[in-house]
Design a protein around this ligand. Structure first.
Ligand code: ADP
Ligand code: MG
Length: 345
């Protein structure tokens, strides 16, 4: 067989395999886009666990015609204006999501920038993007239908509507925790409506009431009443959040939420550091509930290591680990849980 260059739609389909694993991946990518577009209110509607419908409506910047056309192209993004991968401040940067979604589902985009009279709609007709005028309020509405209709292998691996809808709820909880000043509404025929109202923005630098309120809304009153606030700085690393008292624990780490520079992540360094902070108080098989927000200069962090951007790499993992351990231990100490042995940091 001779080598050949693959056609564009096949390239997109292959790329989609990495980014779009299940309906929750689409929700994550689209809500991240809404957040990057400065939205203050994001409404998500799902049908059949996202298999039949995912609809995201935001009040963000919207797109003009040229941007709308480019938005569904692969490797097309407004988020790397200086070609600078070392200073990423947006959730997106890969320019892959919309192209990938369009390769494995029916995608429709309606959008209207604030300064335009009329919106625009993009649909695919026989594989080609077609744009037409579309009256609407400012912002963007994206609809995804018939996910994986042309990828039977993936379709087969999707779980029940309920399981997929739970995965969407989980993704939304994480995003909502990291953005307390944005309102999120999650509804659909397949679920009970969740509405997280926007927390007021305060001028005070050290005012975390909004963050705490949002965490309480999502993790429950029990958690809020059994958790200590964390706010600690070591060198360039800041650690904030809330961690449960050693008396309020779970049988697994599913109730631990980690964010780096506002991005929900899975991370072994952070997981290990949290465990380290509780080493004196918890048995190996108990896990604290916690939401930890780690912020550090973007050049000390590589966010470009995972297709779905769920993992990051720290330039100085030891420093991050030490900051988390000390930040959490200080907070527990202030609540009367004093570690007997000194944990090395
Ligand atoms: P990325 O987010 O990595 O740039 P995407 O494929 O997710 O790639 O989106 C492509 C581009 O489409 C974005 O860079 C952005 O300019 C535009 N876009 C996507 N969603 C929205 C939205 N909800 N509001 C405004 N612009 C959007
Ligand atoms: Mg994106």
């Amino acid at each position: 067989m001779r080598i050949r260059q693959l056609p564009n739609d096949l390239v997109n389909k292959i790329a989609a395999g990495e980014v779009i694993e299940r309906p929750a991946s689409i929700v994550k990518e689209l809500v991240e886009n809404s957040l990057d577009a400065g939205a203050t209110r994001i409404a998500i509607t799902t049908g059949a666990g996202g298999k039949s419908l995912i609809r995201i409506e935001d009040d963000g910047y919207g797109m003009g015609e040229e941007d709308l056309r480019l938005s569904v192209e692969r490797h097309a993004t407004s988020k790397l204006p200086e070609d600078d991968l070392d200073h990423i401040s947006t959730l997106g940067f890969r320019g892959e999501a919309l192209a990938s979604i369009s390769a494995v589902a029916d995608l429709r985009i309606a959008t209207r920038p604030r300064d335009e009279e009329l919106g625009l709609q993009l649909r695919f007709v026989d594989g080609d993007a077609v744009i037409s005028p579309h009256p609407m309020p400012h912002g963007t509405v994206i609809e995804v239908r018939e996910l994986f209709k042309n990828v039977p292998a993936r379709l087969k691996f999707l779980k029940s509507d309920r399981a997929e809808s739970n995965a969407i709820t989980d993704v939304m909880k994480r995003l909502a925790m990291s953005k307390p000043h944005v309102q999120f509404i999650l509804s659909g025929s397949d679920r009970q409506t969740l509405n997280w109202p926007a927390q007021p923005v305060s001028d005070a630098e050290d005012d975390f009431q909004g963050d705490k309120n949002r965490l309480g809304q999502i993790l429950g009153l029990d958690f809020a009443q059994n958790a200590v606030p964390i706010d600690y700085q070591r060198g360039p690393v800041r650690v904030r959040g809330m961690a449960a008292l050693p008396t309020y624990t779970k049988a697994n780490s599913l109730s631990q939420f980690y964010f780096v520079n506002g991005r929900p992540v899975r991370d072994k360094v952070l997981l290990g550091a949290l465990r380290g902070a509780y080493a004196d108080f918890l048995h190996r098989d108990r896990f604290p509930v916690a939401a930890l927000f780690v912020d550090l200069p973007s050049q000390d962090l590589d966010v470009n290591v995972h297709p779905a951007k769920a993992e990051v790499r720290f330039r100085d993992a030891g420093l991050v680990r030490a900051a988390v351990i000390r930040g959490v231990m200080n907070a527990l100490d202030a609540a009367g849980f004093r570690a007997s042995k000194t944990v090395s940091d």
